[in-house]
Design a protein around this ligand. Sequence first.
Ligand SMILES: C/C(=C\Cc1cc(O)c2ccccc2c1O)CCC[C@H](C)CCC[C@H](C)CCCC(C)C
Ligand SMILES: C[S@@+](CC[C@H](N)C(=O)[O-])C[C@H]1O[C@@H](n2cnc3c(N)ncnc32)[C@H](O)[C@@H]1O
Length: 230
Amino acid sequence: MTQEIRVIFDRIAPIYDQLNNWLSLGQHRIWKEMTIKWSNPQPGDICLDLCCGSGDIAFGLARRVGATGHVYAVDFSHNLLAMAQERTQSQYPQPSITWVEADVLDLPFEDNKFDAATMGYGLRNVKDIPRSLKELYRVLKPGAKAAILDFHRPDNPQLRSFQQWYLENIVVPIATQLGVKEEYAYISPSLDRFPIGKEQVELAYQVGFAEVTHYPIVNGMMGVLVVSKL
Ligand SMILES: C/C(=C\Cc1cc(O)c2ccccc2c1O)CCC[C@H](C)CCC[C@H](C)CCCC(C)C
Ligand SMILES: C[S@@+](CC[C@H](N)C(=O)[O-])C[C@H]1O[C@@H](n2cnc3c(N)ncnc32)[C@H](O)[C@@H]1O
């Protein structure tokens, strides 16, 4: 399962950014900015971006923490990390980011290291959600916040039908044209089995987080889980 997920993301790496821009009509940047804001990064902070992919959220965190802070961005897809590193080369000044190739279920960091953390579209893809939340809890400093962005199933049946229609009739056909049909067809079933907001809140409390809130965004088609470690 883990290996299959890694292969999906390695395969889509060359077209990943372009497809996200097209398929969300550029809106994913706004959703990622909201996530960054909710994780509350401050100048000089040491931040963590889990499942960083090509780095959108890590770059946003780096802008917030500035030259006196640092961002560690973790992913297990070698090809997406290569895209992220390539994007870094063209930036001036160079963002303060370390790209780490690792499994987020087994983070190579000591306990209580990070002031803030984010995860964009990663939680739905890990094979063990409670373990992923436990690892996140372990590496956050007491008082730190994390914000976790992902797809969400809206309560409203019409919006849920629209979401399913869009994934099936817009996303998959466009991905098919680019030779990555199976990879994008995976989004819909992965969303069907993903815990909804209130279930995510319960899982976060179970691993020890305090002040846990799930914010539905994009009319409930996406959501951000915000957690604090006491
Ligand atoms: C950045 C986005 C998704 C990242 C993403 C997550 C995954 O789990 C994947 C799995 C397999 C292949 C690719 C991905 C992947 O790219 C979000 C935006 C992209 C979406 C494909 C577009 C989703 C649109 C929504 C259903 C609602 C549309 C609203 C409107 C167009 C604003
Ligand atoms: C949909 S992408 C999201 C990338 C980026 N955060 C964004 O929002 O554009 C999901 C990412 O999670 C990574 N991923 C999934 N499971 C992982 C795991 N167990 N350890 C490390 N990375 C993982 C994939 O390689 C992929 O880059």
